[in-house]
Ligand binder design. Structure first.
Ligand SMILES: Cc1ncc(COP(=O)(O)O)c(C=O)c1O
Length: 456
């Protein structure tokens, strides 16, 4: 790491240059964070508007990742703020079991209307992780309800990220998220991931090679037998494992195989949902309709936690066969369809609609973004640049024996220059708010270029 970027040196300089005092930091055990080094050199965000954050020293920071892939309409949007404020004053909470409130129904209708035809039922959760575990349980219960109770096996994909609950880490394929926590769910297996730099490096949009990797599902079927497999879950574009774009034809092939074998296909669209790929959902962008979509993040623009499972009518209907007075799905959360989240969701969908944000990434701005980030291909350490819609990934050659260090150094350098990016392994991920303009994209790329040129 550039000596000038040493965290302790930076913190000393920042604090010396500002009149802001830092909060006590002992008690908060931060998630997915190197707590000890963070607390030596904290990066505190204190205000946000549009495509910018401001830190505790008053410095403007361009948001290159929509917070954490969620603030698709940009920060502090008036409709969303007002919707939350008014809902908090009108009704704070309504129990979701055997009771309801109008906005939950309204939001479900609106979300279903955005989804592919036939995906008409919406079950609310409070996060992507909860949406995933809900979908997995739904898949198991679906088969049982249809008298096919032997279908209990769940298939994920290597390098998949499906949140952090036990179901999600079991079908997920990130070693660090799995190895600390025991065996996870029994009866889970994984198909191969699709990342192949030897054939696909520097692809624009969908890589040409790798559709045949979907056939790995046939290997699972040969090993376990289709009659034991309930569902396959994949991210159409894997975000958290480094922006892995599906090879052309891959998702269609996976759909065909699932249909052939009676296996439910779940698209985890926690990141790709709500406009990231240039359509409301990646299912529409790639022309492949799954049986269930999990979503979260952009459903409320990140303003209030919410997740959801959108499922095909056929999935829902399989549950609706018992006595009418009986609960059909023994699952739900105290905060499923929370009034504040529903209000935020409605304000969010209004904002997306008014500004055409759900398709903006497929237009000129997406093209500009692609050209801009691919201009980084000759910079030091860059071994791949990939993009789709308003998602970008820049993969760096790892430092020998110190994986992740180079990319994290770039992250810190960008932060110092006033840009927030995200890194996973040695990949820099970009997913700016969908309201981003060309000068902001220029600034992202210029900042990254500078950071790459001085990275060790
Ligand atoms: C594809 C995918 N699924 C699930 C999750 C988990 O969502 P959450 O952090 O809201 O639980 C994420 C989070 O980034 C995600 O990218």
């Amino acid at each position: 790491m550039n000596k000038a970027l040493d965290p302790a040196v930076l913190q000393a300089a920042e604090i010396a240059g500002s009149s802001v005092s830092l909060p006590a930091m002992d008690a908060y055990w931060m998630p997915f964070t190197a707590n000890r080094s963070y607390k030596k050199a904290p990066r505190l965000l204190t205000r946000a508007e549009g495509v910018f954050y401001w830190d505790h020293t008053g410095r403007e920071v361009l948001d290159g990742v929509a917070g954490l892939w969620c603030v698709n309409a940009g920060h502090g949007r008036p409709r969303i703020v007002k919707a939350i404020q008014e809902q908090a004053a009108e009704m704070d909470f309504a129990p979701p079991f055997q009771m309801g409130h109008p906005k939950a129904f309204e939001l479900a209708e609106r979300v279903a209307a955005l989804a592919p035809a036939g995906m008409s039922k919406v079950f609310f959760a409070n996060s992507g992780s909860e949406a995933v575990d809900t979908a997995l349980k739904m898949a198991l219960a679906y088969h049982r309800a249809r008298g096919d109770a032997a279908r209990t096996r769940l298939i994920g994909r290597e390098r998949g990220y499906h949140g952090v609950n036990f179901g999600g880490i079991s079908v997920g394929g990130m070693v660090a998220n799995r190895k600390h926590f025991g065996h996870g769910l029994a009866g889970v297996d994984h198909i191969r991931h699709t990342h192949d730099l030897s054939r696909n490096a520097f692809s624009r949009g969908q890589p040409a090679h790798g559709a045949e990797l979907a056939d790995d599902l046939e290997r699972m079927v040969a090993l376990h037998d289709a009659s034991t497999i309930a569902a396959v879950i994949v991210e159409p574009i894997a975000g958290s494992t480094g922006v892995l774009i599906p090879p052309a034809g891959y998702l269609k092939r996976l759909r065909e195989l699932c249909t052939k074998h009676g296996i439910l296909l779940i698209f985890d669209e926690v990141i790709t949902g709500f406009g990231r790929t240039g359509q409301p959902f990646a299912a529409q962008t790639f022309g492949v309709v799954p049986d269930m979509i999990t979503c979260a993040k952009g459903i409320t623009n990140g303003a209030v936690p919410m997740g959801a499972v959108i499922c095909g009518q056929h999935v829902h209907d399989a549950f609706m066969t018992g006595p009418e007075g009986a609960i059909e799905f023994f699952h739900g959360y105290t905060y499923s369809g929370h009034p504040l989240a529903c209000a935020a969701g409605l304000g969010t969908l209004d904002t997306y609609a008014e500004e055409g944000l759900l398709t903006r990434a497929s237009g000129e701005i997406g093209e500009y973004f692609a050209n801009a980030i691919h201009s980084l291909r000759e910079e030091p350490h860059v071994i791949d640049v990939r993009n789709f819609g308003l998602v970008g990934g820049i993969e760096l050659q790892p430092i020998a024996d110190a994986p992740t260090k180079r990319a994290f150094g770039v992250f810190l350098d960008c932060w110092q220059q006033g840009l927030m990016v995200r890194t996973t392994g040695d990949i820099v991920a970009l997913s700016p708010p969908l309201i981003i303009e060309k000068p902001h994209i220029d600034r992202i790329v210029d900042t990254l270029r500078t950071a790459l040129r001085r990275a060790v």
